[in-house]
Design a protein around this ligand. Structure first.
Ligand SMILES: Cc1ncc(C[n+]2csc(CCOP(=O)(O)OP(=O)(O)O)c2C)c(N)n1
Length: 591
């Protein structure tokens, strides 16, 4: 009966986290599918409950409570038309901008659209009347308990911050009634709430420090304009408790933000892992920046690296290895600063989420953190960073081919300072992230990393050039270039030249790095998607300059001309996917 207890564990996680966030008034309508939630609420000593059989009236009651207390209230019902009965009050709450946390139970996916009893399509049912919603999966041992906690934290933050209704649609698979010995336990806010079933106990081990504490898993601070001095002191104290810290920087705004980050890192004596989109990678030669952190994480030293706290400033990180590294660390804090409210935490590790600009954060908190001398892990990283730089230079120069890593490195060296660099998905941004020469000029880096699509990249880069009012270099894969071929027509109408460096390896090179590449019966046709297309005729059709350099010297010559030309240019660099894979592997194993 472990499944019932996993359902119940999720019920307890949801309820306990709601209560820690101040959502302690639960309006419940009776029903079976919501059993895990109802029982968890009923047995929680801090939960205030109000039960009523008519969901329509219950929802209006909940809204009335919120309008009086201005505190969010939770509203719970079973699956089916019960959910629809919440709608009138949700509309009213949304018009009044009242924070309401609607949690509806639902059937598992195998029972949806099957004619199963009491099953309707509940996903997105409240449409534009909710400010945030999520369809939660069925409780499952394969899904970490942290996922449940960060979801509740995000839901309550969205409801309060944006003033409105959030909808969590929670699927539960039978059996629904818990059998764990905790069923008689009335002290559900204590760690003993989660004991009784050895499988569940093991499952909850990763959140044991959350269970022992009384705080929410991810605390949110909304300080867009100004961090209050008390909050700043509190944040600084948490940072001061970190012994071996690391700063990680994703996409950030401008030069001021970059300076503020370096300043903070110097004060803390911590290294910076800087993403290619951070603006701290190209032309930034501060010792704090570990440009080759991705490569470094491949080495023995990188694998042995241990930190107990991370400050993550700005957007997501391109390197997959970084996230793998973060998940192996025993972190006491993962502090994330980002200028919007949305969860940006794919590993579910963030303990403190500050909605603020990076400059505001660094200026308010920076002066309050204690100044430290650089630790040993820092000095080792700096040394390794410069060793990797030398190694990459040597490795790429000795190779006579115009490979994709070498092309990325050449672009990072040759691109004129202050112009734009737009990086396509999937290998171009990775090549630049791994092999760019940080000693090159400072440029403005961008890419479509929100959803990481391979569509619209030429059009986006053209728009970026127009918006920046500067020339832009676009590095793009061949499949992505084919995908957006008709956007070449746009290049006649923009005022600033675009240099499109197409890394043509005759298909999708990224897939050669994935385990599916071992399945030769399906790989080429369905993943590699080979083609023999080259782009000379496309350039001719759209009246663009075109060149196909064969080596580094001719690439440099052509690129320098292209970036000065008023007409857009396609520079096509031909490689094979097999050789590209081999080269990456050789380079990485040589480290
Ligand atoms: C619109 C869209 N369709 C499909 C994908 C899945 N996808 C990711 S990378 C890739 C292949 C890209 O090939 P290419 O542009 O040649 O770049 P390379 O992998 O060779 O660097 C595909 C199809 C996607 N990200 N976006």
């Amino acid at each position: 009966m472990t499944l019932a207890n996993i359902n119940y564990a999720w019920g307890n996680l949801i309820v306990e986290e709601c209560i820690r966030l101040g959502v302690d008034y639960f309006c419940i309508a009776p029903g079976s599918r919501s059993t895990s939630l109802t029982v968890a609420i009923a047995r929680h000593k801090k939960a205030k409950t109000f039960v009523h059989f008519d969901e329509r009236a219950l929802a209006f009651h909940a809204m009335g409570v919120v309008s009086a207390t201005r505190k969010p209230v939770a509203l719970i019902c079973t699956s089916g038309t019960a959910v629809a009965n919440f709608f009138p009050a949700i509309i009213e709450a949304s018009k009044k901008k009242l924070p309401l946390i609607v949690i509806t139970a639902d059937r598992p996916p195998e029972l949806r659209f099957t004619g199963s009893v009491q099953t309707i399509d509940q996903v997105g049912i409240f449409g534009k009347y909710v400010v945030w919603q999520m369809d939660m999966p069925c409780p499952d041992l394969a899904i970490k308990p942290e996922v449940v906690l960060t979801t509740i934290d995000q839901a309550v933050y969205q409801a309060v911050k944006r003033g409105g209704v959030v909808h969590l649609n929670c699927m539960f698979r039978e059996p629904l009634v818990p059998t764990s010995t905790s069923s008689n336990n009335k002290q559900l806010s204590s760690p003993s709430a989660f004991v009784g079933d050895p499988v569940v106990e093991k499952y909850l081990k990763s959140v044991s420090s959350w269970i022992k504490s009384t705080k929410p898993y991810t605390e949110y601070i909304n300080s867009v304009d100004n961090i209050h001095i008390d909050q700043a002191k509190n944040i600084a104290a948490r940072i001061n408790n970190i012994k071996n810290g690391l700063i990680v920087v994703g996409k950030i705004g401008n030069e001021n933000e970059r300076k503020a980050v370096i300043h903070l890192a110097r004060r803390l004596g911590w290294p910076i892992f800087a993403d290619i989109a951070s603006g701290l990678r190209l032309g930034e030669i501060s010792e704090e920046v570990i440009h080759y952190y991705d490569q470094l994480l491949l080495t023995k030293m990188g694998k042995a690296l241990k930190v107990d706290g991370i400050i993550h400033l700005g957007g997501r990180i391109t390197s997959k290895r970084y996230y793998e590294f973060a998940q192996t660390q025993l972190l006491n804090e993962y502090i994330m600063v980002l200028n919007h409210a949305l969860r940006n935490d794919p590993t579910h590790q963030v303990t403190l989420r500050i909605e603020s600009t990076v400059t505001n954060f660094c200026d308010s908190v920076g002066p309050l953190v204690k100044t430290r001398i650089k630790g040993k892990h820092y000095k080792d990283l700096v040394k390794a960073n410069s060793a990797i730089d030398k190694h990459i230079t040597k490795f790429l120069v000795q190779d006579s081919r115009l490979s994709e890593p070498l092309t990325a490195r050449l672009v990072s060296q040759l691109i004129p300072s202050g112009t734009g660099l737009f990086l396509g998905n999937s290998m171009p941004i990775r090549d630049m992230d791994m092999y760019a020469d940080f000693k090159g000029p400072v440029v403005l880096v961008n890419g479509n990393r929100g959803a990481s699509g391979i569509d619209g990249l030429i059009a986006s880069a053209a728009g970026y050039a127009q918006g920046l009012a500067k020339p832009v270099t676009l590095m793009i894969g061949d499949v992505s270039a084919l995908h957006d071929l008709n956007s070449l027509a746009m290049l006649r109408d923009i005022n600033y030249p675009l240099v499109i460096v197409i890394l043509n390896n005759g298909g999708g090179a990224i897939f050669s790095f994935l385990p599916i590449a071992q399945h030769q019966d399906v790989f080429e046709k369905f993943f590699g998607t080979p083609h023999a297309t080259t782009f000379a005729n496309a350039a001719a059709m759209f009246e663009l300059n075109y060149a196909q350099p064969q080596d580094a010297v001719s690439f440099a010559k052509i690129y320098k001309q292209a970036i000065q030309s008023p007409t857009a240019t396609i520079i096509e660099v031909i490689n094979s996917r097999e050789e590209n894979l081999k080269l990456h592997q050789q380079l990485q194993s040589s480290l």
